[in-house]
Design a protein around this ligand. Structure first.
Ligand code: NDP
Length: 258
C-alpha cells in the first residue's frame, strides 16, 4: 500500500473480525490506523487482530454486542483506556434473518434484525460521537448499508427496513454532528463475496444470474468496499457528509429490460 492516509487514527470497526468488516480493518491498518475490532465472538476477533498485528499493525479485540447500550459504552471506554482517543467508527455489524413473507415474520425475528442493523448503529454512533465531541476530534462515522437502502427485495422486510433506516440515520447524524466537524457517510455494497455467502453466490443458479444482473460481471470483493471506506475515512473526503456511496458493479443502474 503506497497511500498511508490514516496514520495516528484510532478506529473501532464493529463486526470487524470477518467478512467486509475484516476487509476494512486490513485496509485501515495498512493505511496506518490502530484497529479495535468489536463483536460478540472474541475467538474470531482475536484471530483477526492477531493477523493484523502479524502484518505490522496495532489492533485489539473487544467483546461487544452492539444492541446493548451498556456494552457499547464499555467498548468506547475500553478503547479510550487503551489508546486514548477515537477518530473513526465503522458501523459494520449486521445480520440478515427475519427472511420470509411479511405475513409470516415473527416479532422476535423482526426485532432482532432492527436491533442489530439499525439500533446498533444509533447506539455506537451516539457513544462514539460523544467522545469525539468531548475530545474535539473531527471524526468520521461510516455506516455499512446495502442496496436495500434504496430498493426492496422479496421476503426480507426486516432487513430492508433496517437498511433503509441506516441511510436516513446517516443523514440525520450528518446534520446533527456537522457543527462538530464529524462527518457521517454510508457505504452501500451490492453482492460482495464473503465466507458466509460465497458457497451460494459462486454456485448455480445464482452465479449465472448475478453475472447477468451486474454490469461489471459478478459479485465484488471486500477490497472494493474497503477502498471506498478508506476514502471516506480519510482527509480526502472533507466536504462529504450525509452521502451514500453505492458499490454494486452497476447493479442498481441497470434496468435489465432487453
Ligand atoms: P458477516 O456475517 O460475514 O459478518 C457480520 C459481522 O457482524 C460478524 O463479525 C458478527 O460477529 C457481527 N455482528 C453481528 N451481530 C452483532 C452484534 N449484535 N454485535 C456485534 N457484532 C455483531 O457479514 P458481511 O461481512 O457480509 O456483512 C457486513 C455488513 O455488510 C453487514 O452490515 C451487512 O448487512 C452488509 N452487507 C453485506 C453484503 C454482502 O454481500 N456481504 C451486501 C450488502 C450489505 P459476531 O457474530 O461475533 O457478533
Amino acid at each position: 500500500m503506497d497511500t498511508v492516509r490514516l496514520s495516528g487514527k484510532v478506529a473501532i470497526i464493529t463486526g470487524g473480525g470477518q467478512g467486509i468488516g475484516f476487509g476494512i480493518a486490513q485496509r485501515f491498518a495498512s493505511e496506518g490506523a490502530t484497529i479495535v475490532i468489536a463483536q460478540r465472538s472474541l475467538e474470531k476477533a482475536d484471530a483477526s487482530t492477531a493477523q493484523l498485528r502479524a502484518a505490522g499493525g496495532e489492533a485489539c479485540a473487544i467483546r461487544a454486542d452492539v444492541t446493548d447500550p451498556g456494552q457499547v459504552d464499555s467498548l468506547v471506554r475500553a478503547t479510550l483506556d487503551r489508546y486514548g482517543r477515537l477518530d473513526i467508527l465503522v458501523n459494520n455489524a449486521g445480520r440478515a434473518g427475519g427472511n420470509g413473507p411479511v405475513l409470516e415474520i415473527e416479532f422476535a425475528a423482526w426485532r432482532s434484525v432492527i436491533d442489530t442493523n439499525l439500533t446498533g448503529v444509533f447506539l455506537c454512533s451516539q457513544a462514539a460521537a460523544r467522545v469525539m465531541v468531548a475530545q474535539s476530534v473531527r471524526g468520521r462515522i461510516l455506516n455499512i448499508g446495502s442496496l436495500n437502502c434504496f430498493s426492496a427485495q422479496k421476503n426480507a422486510a426486516a432487513y430492508v427496513a433496517s437498511k433503509g433506516g441506516v441511510l436516513m440515520l446517516t443523514k440525520a447524524l450528518a446534520v446533527d454532528l456537522a457543527p462538530y466537524g464529524i462527518l457521517v457517510n454510508c457505504v452501500a455494497p451490492g453482492s460482495i463475496l464473503v465466507e458466509r455467502n460465497s458457497p451460494a453466490l459462486t454456485a448455480e443458479p445464482l452465479k449465472t444470474s448475478l453475472s447477468k444482473a451486474i454490469p461489471l460481471g459478478g459479485p465484488g470483493s471486500v477490497d472494493h468496499v474497503a477502498a471506498a471506506a478508506a476514502f471516506l475515512a480519510s482527509g480526502e473526503s472533507e466536504f462529504i457528509t450525509g452521502a451514500a456511496l453505492i458499490i454494486d458493479g452497476g447493479y442498481l443502474s441497470y434496468a435489465r429490460i432487453e
